[in-house]
Ligand binder design. Structure first.
Ligand code: PEP
Ligand code: MG
Length: 761
């Protein structure tokens, strides 16, 4: 049963279009369940009707032309109940509705199961028999399982443009198709897409046309020859250690490479205008699909060999291709299956208009970086057919987290107005630069910035930052191919410390693990966010920790504005251990003759354990800084990167607000500095609440800083405290957000943070 389910799901996943996918489902299910009829009805989003989309057993002419209203017939009943309906005599049921032209009058028994994706009914899967008998439990369970597995695939096929509205005409559908994701960084971008992809990952290669097929073909043959040579060499190297039989594996590889049919197919596709990488992907994927569909497990394994070979050829082709920088000759919207912070590092910044990542969410590190750099970004656009979007015109709406493909002139005009208003807001922000962040009734708040790149310094100073509240040192570690040396680190940190002196610069010790991987220090774990992360890694690797601390202290020579911050602290022992090491490093550096002062040391509060121990932790250090990104993730048990649960991730959740309030309560008399450096601090709505709770420093991206300042300067502390009292009573995050939106509108400050011309919902 499992094998059968896997095979059907695989075939459906590989289908080229929605009609093809649906046809496979009805054909395969009818055969597997030995029923006389199998049909699929899908909901038309415009009319809310169930349209018969594919059938085996009913008249095929009915497919596409027969539909039921949402409250009509047994199909409507399945949809309304969102439960299976299993009847031995369908026609005797009061909801039965005869569908003209289908030929279904012969069939007595009926089993319909809903197709549900993300709580939404996509349609109904039906099997029928002439014989009057109830489908048994096993059959019902099979259909339910299959429907649950296929729901995601059908939703994806629908969304990737195969249909938008089932009945809409094709021409209209092409323009303004909207793909929903989550906001990553606010702002609007209008421009053409450039698809980026990690080297040697065949699945993410986009389609692209070529005007020089001869060169592509010659590159392809060279890559093929290079792989042949690699395999022969590997075979020779290993020959002493394995039997002739085992060495046969390499012969299989060589045979596949010599097989003219595969190379021939690729060359034909290139001659038809596809670039070599795209042709390689198409052909390998088609063959892999054939192997995967085979019942024989030995033959299925050949799919793995083929995929492996495809990747090898690809990596040789990529070496020849234009380097990433050369591909960005004009400002573009960068699209990737999973954009990473290090990919960003490779693209000239002035050529990035916007970013779209199929995976990840608003709290992924690439989104945080994008906010720091003020680049409009949409994350988690799971259904985006990104491989087809190279050079395609797009609109990216970072406010609502959506992407439009092939925008019409009308839509472009609307969004261009938003862009124009954004420019005006930016101009207003410039006037705020040297003004203090102070409420109308004189309460002073300090606004710091979060940095990671050296380019952040100028931007932050231009925007009036009063210090650095979080310098993420992992960023310079991520864009290298080995650990930076102590001397290199001194130079990197010095830029930040000097750039801001005499204002404080909070440098965080290396926070890798979780979703932040160093290419040269892979950490493979089943549960990385609960694993070896942040301080846990560095305390286990004293050489890394000590080099970093020594570099920070040396970099602060003569400046004395360094603060050191420890990430992912979950117990007091970690702080004690780190403090001892920092004191030791300080003594060493001083002994070497540097003019340094012992830096102030602080702890990040980002796991629930630290919230409950805030008082004890505060007694050990000089300041606490709440990392609300991780704190929200760990309090709510919601992965900050997972777009599927992005709607559950909210720093306005009452549990998060109470935790934040409790930290202030616990440390009020401890005499420590108290700040928030998670993304929440840069959200003007949350900033008001945090100020009212008693936080005295908020650290955020340079892009958010003027917005927060504009809002704080236009309200009073008394108003902020009233807002806080009102929202602390509310039961859920949504209510907090809505109430704060209303209160900010009433206080006449909403207009200061976003263009009045709203983007298209
Ligand atoms: C946080 O978790 O809120 C934080 C500031 O750290 P990072 O986002 O780098 O994990
Ligand atoms: Mg964190």
């Amino acid at each position: 049963m499992l094998g059968l389910l896997r095979q059907i799901t695989q075939e459906v996943t590989d289908a080229q279009s929605l009609p093809a996918a649906l046809d496979i489902i009805v054909r395969r299910v009818r055969r597997a369940m030995r029923t006389e009829v199998c049909s699929i009805y899908l909901v038309d989003n415009l009319t809310s009707e169930y349209v018969l989309m594919a059938t085996r057993g009913l008249h095929s002419t009915a497919a596409g032309s027969v539909s039921l209203k949402e409250d009509e017939g047994l199909v409507g009943l399945v949809g309304r109940r969102a439960e299976p309906v299993n009847l031995e005599n369908a026609q005797a049921h009061p909801s039965y509705c005869y569908l003209e032209g289908t030929g279904e009058e012969r069939f007595r028994s009926f089993l319909g199961v809903p197709i549900i994706h993300h709580r939404q009914i996509l349609g109904v899967l039906v099997v029928q028999h002439e014989e009057q008998r109830r489908f048994d439990e096993g059959e019902e369970a099979f259909l339910i399982t299959l429907s649950a597995q296929l729901a995601g695939v059908i939703a994806h096929a629908e969304a990737t443009g195969a249909i938008n509205s089932i009945s809409a005409d094709q021409e209209k559908m092409a323009a303004d198709v909207r793909y929903k994701g989550v906001p990553g960084s606010s702002g609007v971008a209008i421009g053409r897409g450039v698809v980026v992809f990690p080297p040697a990952d065949l699945n993410v290669i986009p389609d692209r046309t070529t005007d020089t097929p001869e060169t592509e073909i010659s590159d392809f043959y060279q890559a093929l020859e290079a792989v042949r040579t690699d395999i022969r060499l590997a075979s020779d190297r290993i020959s002493e250690h394995v039997s002739e039989d085992e060495k046969g594996l390499f012969d299989v590889y060589l045979k596949i490479l010599d097989d003219d049919s595969i190379a021939g197919e690729i060359v034909r596709k290139i001659n038809d205008g596809q670039w070599a990488q795209g042709a390689l992907r198409q052909v390998i994927q088609a063959h892999v699909k054939q192997f995967n569909a085979m019942d024989d497990s030995y033959l299925r394994e050949r799919a793995t060999d083929l995929r492996d070979l495809g990747c090898r050829i690809l990596s040789h082709l990529q070496e020849k291709g234009p380097k990433i920088k050369e591909r960005f000759s004009e400002p573009s919207i960068i699209i990737g299956e999973e954009l990473t912070a290090s990919m960003l590092g490779e693209i000239p910044i002035h050529n990035i208009k916007g970013l779209v990542s199929v995976k990840g969410s608003g709290n992924s590190h690439v989104a945080i970086l994008a906010r720091a750099m003020g680049i409009p970004t949409v994350m988690g656009v799971l259904d985006l057919p990104y491989a087809q979007l190279d050079k395609v015109e797009l609109i990216l709406d970072g406010y609502l987290g959506q992407v439009f493909t092939y925008p019409s002139d009308n839509l472009k005009e609307n969004f261009q107005q938003v862009v124009n208003e954004e420019r005006q807001l930016e101009k207003q922000y410039e006037t705020l630069k040297d003004l203090p962040c102070e409420t109308k009734d004189g309460h002073r708040l300090n606004l710091y910035v979060n940095t990671g790149l050296s380019a952040d310094i100028g931007r932050s100073l231009d925007r009036g930052a009063e210090g650095i509240g979080l310098y993420r040192t992992e960023v310079p570690f991520m864009v290298r191919d080995r650990f930076p040396t102590e001397a290199e680190q001194v130079q990197i940190y010095r830029l930040q410390l000097e750039g801001f002196a005499p204002a404080p610069v909070t440098v965080r010790t290396l926070d890798i693990g979780g979703d932040k991987a160093l290419p040269y220090f892979p950490i493979e774990e089943a549960n990385p966010f609960l694993g070896w992360r942040g301080i846990r890694v560095t305390l286990d690797h004293l050489e890394i920790f000590m080099a970093q601390i020594r570099a920070m202290i040396k970099a602060s020579a003569d400046l004395h504005n360094l603060k050191i911050m420890l990430p992912m602290i979950s117990n007091a022992a970690e702080v004690e251990e780190a403090l001892a090491l920092i004191r030791r490093a300080f003594a060493e550096v001083k002994e070497e003759g540097y003019n340094v002062k012992m830096p102030r040391v602080g702890v990040m509060i980002e796991v629930p354990a630290a919230v409950y121990q805030a008082k004890e932790l505060a007694s050990l250090v000089d300041f606490l800084s709440v990392g609300s990104n991780d704190l929200t993730q760990y309090l709510l048990a919601v992965d900050r990167n997972n777009p599927r649960v992005a709607s559950l991730y909210s720093s306005h959740h009452p549990a998060v607000l109470r935790a934040l309030y409790s930290i202030v309560d616990q440390v009020r008399d401890e005499g420590v500095g108290l700040s928030v450096c998670g993304e929440m601090a840069g959200d003007p709505m949350s900033a008001i609440l945090l100020m009212a709770m008693g936080y005295d420093v908020l650290s955020m991206s340079a892009t958010s800083l003027p917005k927060v300042k504009a809002v704080i300067r236009n309200i009073t502390m008394a108003q902020a405290q009233d807002m806080l009292s009102e929202v602390m009573e509310l039961p859920h995050a949504e209510a907090v957000t809505q109430t704060m939106t209303r209160l900010m509108r009433e206080a006449n400050v909403e207009r200061l943070i976003r263009p009045s011309k709203t983007t298209i919902e």
